[in-house]
Design a protein around this ligand. Structure first.
Ligand code: ANZ
Ligand code: ZN
Length: 881
């Protein structure tokens, strides 16, 4: 190699070496690694075609962890795979008129190359691809098992129907109530779908968030808890006599509600039902105004966050139900804030103590009746909403007859008992979590293994006929699922009666694929079972790394799926991921111009010339192409829409992968956001050039020392250098363990500075000290910049002496090197600090006394012989005069 750092040559050399020795193939129980297994895995990417900086950051964190732990004796596994099913492939297929399969496979090939150019320690022999039959066969197998056990069931669900394209749309394809392609007003349709009973596991999923996931970020655990959303309260009925056209009582004459505040039951002044509630439907017959209002409610967002903030609207139904405890008639309204999917789709309105009901009652002039007070808030006013209403702990019941004076818990017990005695209600736990609808009316996914027979109905595909292979030659054209026109796929015989039948054309939600892929990595090639004994070795996963955007759904489904596998006897653990790291987003500046109509055009930061003031703050920005000004739009997440992405490939080509890796690790701790900085990248590259130059400058001395990684010191300069290096190593080790990689990079920088400025004498002993120091340095830098450190390690002869840096033993802190041979002692005169003195560590009291008295800076405070000298060993000398 040349003495000038050439990243392209260096990285090419390192990568072909790794390939030649199959460096990253992980083998169960590998005797080379005495500390046992460590499974560190990144969330699998969608094969969009190109890596983005978020990927680079994610995988580099994973890779640093891999290399550090491997050098520490762990058998580490870092696999990779592809979340290859899903909608973007269908969209791309429509745009380019190629089958999703072709688009996906060529993207995978390209992204795999990009990952290889980053020098990641991936065991490619375990690569999994969700769209391959060898993988999705097991989704189908699980589906059948779950169906058999009743964990999967069929019911009708609501979908978005595009009447022009004649197709079902995903939520994200509906923009402002219209189809994203056709612009048609979207209708809701009820169709049969398959659901997985995740709600049966709600209690365990919730409990284990608290008890079994201490290695997860608090924030993610809270998000899981809220998503599962456990509420304790009472479910009870308002009886009524409302009859439908046939004279039958609607819902058997009971309007059920769920409340978390049964202590407020005597404060009910109205009830409200969801637009989809049977009483709303009943009342709307012959009431066009109400029909229109119901239609309006159904159009609106079903996102809960929106429900909370939107304007509360309602309309009376003209129907009345009976209060179960007072016997009073209560008017029923349709309210846009009542969700059909939660509880019973109906609420008791307690405007005095529920904020939503309060807003509603104010708007429609409904009575407000206070039934709760607290010791601290005797004053009561209906003029505005007061926060204290909501405090359960402080609540005391008033204006409620026999319940007056009870606190929350006592009132709940009393009300629940009275409702129960009347056969109208009981205590109940309600979850926000819904069962998981896994059917998708789309082509590019795992076929649902069902067959529809005119005589037998829906019949499961027999296990021996799996996989049901998805044809790879379809090109969706926007007019619905192409499988519906694919005769070869559709036609089959009924497994029960043998008559001609049709295959189900719905496919599975891609969250099914991502629910267990990380277990398939452990068992590549397993054809007899979804996972085999190797899975018991690697799982549960020691460290999972991915974006916070997956904090809820993906992680919850993966946890659920794991529990199902456990209950089927396929795995022996309860939770799949021991530790979770959610890496921060990658941000960059944005630049734009705005036209007269207010439309913004965004420019890529690479095309901008920035002028800064002397403090480095941006002054103005010009578009390189035309030299004209653009607006600076602030720092935002790298995204296509703001055109502020930086292409990793371009960075690697310009500076090398080691620079890109070093910058992303250095710029901020893994869990924080990372701000892209062109000058930061240049700085990272400059540092690596210095690393190279220093290594080459010391080549002769390191070779003279036989590339030894051990040394002893006798001169001051040698001792100081060893002490500094070992001290930095000690801190860096601590930071590596707590995944604080940015300070590990600064430790490397400090080490290089220290070595560069050391004033070592000539001679064999100094050579050895230097050789030891550089060997420590290379190994510390190796996890972050594996290429340059691999090549230098070999070039300087360490490889011959200590083996491949990949497997080299992690440098150990030498406690003896840390020891100070001299210590500094403070000198006080009459208790006042007057100076300090350095004394040999082993010095005795007399010697310390003499040295302190001889110290020039204190002599002027002492006249004559001091009365007394007190030595506090290791700390200070107090001279009393
Ligand atoms: C009366 C009441 C009085 C309520 C009060 C709260 C406070 P969480 O805690 O999130 O489970 N609710 C019940 N079903 C609903 C539905 N389908 N759509 C919208 N809101 C619904 O919420 C439970 C509370 O949400 C219930 O308790 C009910 O309002 C409302 F001072 O009942 B509450
Ligand atoms: Zn049949």
């Amino acid at each position: 190699m040349q003495d000038k750092y050439s990243p392209a040559d260096v990285e090419q050399a390192a990568q072909s070496h790794w390939k030649a020795i199959d460096a990253y193939k992980a083998v169960e129980n590998d005797p080379r690694f005495p500390k046992g297994k460590y499974y560190a895995c990144s969330m699998l990417p969608y094969p969009s075609g190109k890596l983005h900086m978020g990927h680079v950051r994610n995988y580099t964190i994973n890779d640093v962890m891999y290399r550090y732990l491997r050098m520490n004796g762990y058998n580490v596994l870092m696999p990779m795979g592809w979340d290859a099913f899903g909608m973007p492939a269908e969209n791309a297929a429509m745009a380019n008129n190629v089958p999703p399969a072709q688009w996906t496979y060529s993207n995978i090939a390209h992204m795999r190359e990009q990952m290889e150019s980053m020098g990641l320690a991936i065991d490619w022999s375990r690569e999994m691809t969700a769209c391959k039959p060898e993988y999705y066969k097991w989704n189908q197998w699980m589906f059948l098992k779950m169906l058999e056990k009743g964990i999967i069931y069929k019911k009708t669900g609501t979908v978005n129907w595009d009447p022009i394209d004649q197709t079902v749309l995903a939520n994200e394809q509906v923009v402002d109530g219209r189809g994203w392609r056709s612009g048609a007003l979207i209708e809701k349709r009820e169709i049969p779908m398959y659901y997985a009973r995740i709600t049966d596991y709600a209690d365990e999923l919730l409990e284990y968030v608290d008890t079994k996931l201490p290695g997860w970020p608090e924030r993610v655990r809270t998000m899981q808890t809220n998503w599962i959303g456990k509420s304790t309260g009472v479910r009870f009925a308002f009886p009524h006599e409302i009859k439908d056209a046939d004279g039958a009582l609607v819902q058997d004459g009971r309007m059920y509600v769920f409340t978390t505040r049964p202590d407020t039951i005597m404060g009910v002044t109205f009830c409200a039902v969801a637009a989809e509630h049977p009483l709303a439907t009943h009342a709307a017959q012959g009431n066009p105004e109400l029909q229109a209002f119901i239609a309006e409610c159904k159009m609106g967002s079903v996102i809960e966050a929106d429900m909370a903030t939107m304007e509360k609207k309602g309309m009376p139904t003209g129907l009345f139900v009976t209060h179960p405890l007072t016997g009073e008639q209560v008017e029923v309204w349709v309210g846009n804030y009542v969700l059909i999917t939660y509880g019973d789709g109906a609420v008791m309105g307690v405007p005095a103590h529920d904020e939503r009901d309060f807003a509603f009652a104010n708007k429609y002039n409904l009575p407000i009746k206070q039934v709760i007070t607290t010791a601290a808030n005797a004053e009561y006013s209906t003029a505005e909403w007061q926060e204290w209403y909501g405090d359960k702990e402080a609540a005391i019941v008033v204006n409620s007859g026999k319940y007056d004076g009870l606190d929350y818990a006592a009132a709940v017990d009393a009300v629940a008992a009275d409702l129960e005695a009347k056969g109208l209600g009981e205590k109940k736990i309600t979850f926000r979590l819904r069962d998981w609808g896994i059917s998708r009316q789309r082509y590019w996914g795992t076929p649902i293994p069902m067959i529809h027979c005119a005589d037998c109905g829906s019949v499961p595909v027999p296990e021996k006929d799996l996989p049901v292979v998805l044809p790879e030659d379809c090109v969706p054209d926007g007019s619905g699922n192409p499988l519906n026109k694919h005769e070869a796929f559709l036609k089959c015989d009924c497994p029960q009666c043998g008559k001609p039948a049709r295959r189900e054309t719905d496919t599975m939600d891609t969250f099914v694929d991502s629910s267990w892929y990380y277990m398939r990595y452990t068992s590549p090639g397993s054809n007899e079972a979804m996972v085999d004994a190797r899975n018991d070795y690697w799982m549960p996963m020691d460290q999972y790394i991915g974006g916070i955007e997956h904090a809820v759904m993906h992680l919850l489904y993966a946890r659920f799926w794991t529990k199902i596998m456990r209950d089927f006897g396929l795995v022996k653990f309860d939770e799949p991921f021991v530790n979770l790291l959610t890496q921060g987003m990658v941000l960059n500046e944005t630049y734009y111009r705005e036209d007269a109509a207010g439309k913004k055009t965004w420019f890529n930061p690479a095309d901008i010339e920035l002028t800064t003031d002397d403090k480095g703050r941006p002054q103005s920005a010009l578009l390189k192409a035309d030299g004209q000004a653009v607006h600076i739009g602030g720092t935002e997440k790298m995204s296509k829409s703001k055109n502020n992405g930086i292409d990793p490939q371009a960075q690697i080509e310009q500076y090398g992968a080691d620079t890109a890796r070093l910058f992303t690790m250095f710029a901020s701790p893994p869990e924080q956001t990372l701000e892209w900085s062109g000058s930061g990248v240049e700085g990272a590259n400059r540092f690596l050039r210095r690393v190279w130059a220093y290594g080459y400058a010391q080549k002769g001395r390191i070779e003279a020392a036989g590339a030894s990684a051990a040394a002893t010191a006798s001169t001051d300069a040698q001792k100081t250098l060893r002490r500094e290096l070992h001290k930095i190593l000690q801190q860096a080790d601590y930071d590596l363990k707590r995944i604080q990689y940015n300070t590990v990079v600064s430790a490397c920088m400090k080490m290089l500075n220290t070595m560069e400025s050391a004033k070592l004498e000539d001679g064999a002993e100094s050579d050895a000290v230097l050789s030891e120091g550089y060997a420590i340095f290379l190994r510390l830098l190796n996890p972050v910049a594996p290429h340059i450190t691999h090549v230098l390690w070999e070039e300087l002869g360490y490889g011959k002496a200590l083996g491949d840096i990949l497997n080299a033993p992690w440098p150990q802190v030498d406690a003896a090197a840390l020891e100070q041979s001299e210590i500094e002692m403070m000198i006080q005169v009459n208790g006042k600090l007057r100076g300090s003195v350095k004394v040999p560590k082993a010095a005795d009291k007399a010697a310390i006394e003499a040295a302190a008295l001889a110290e020039e800076s204190v002599q002027k405070f002492i006249e004559g012989t001091p009365k007394k000298v007190i030595v506090v060993p290791g700390k200070l000398v107090n001279i009393v005069v």
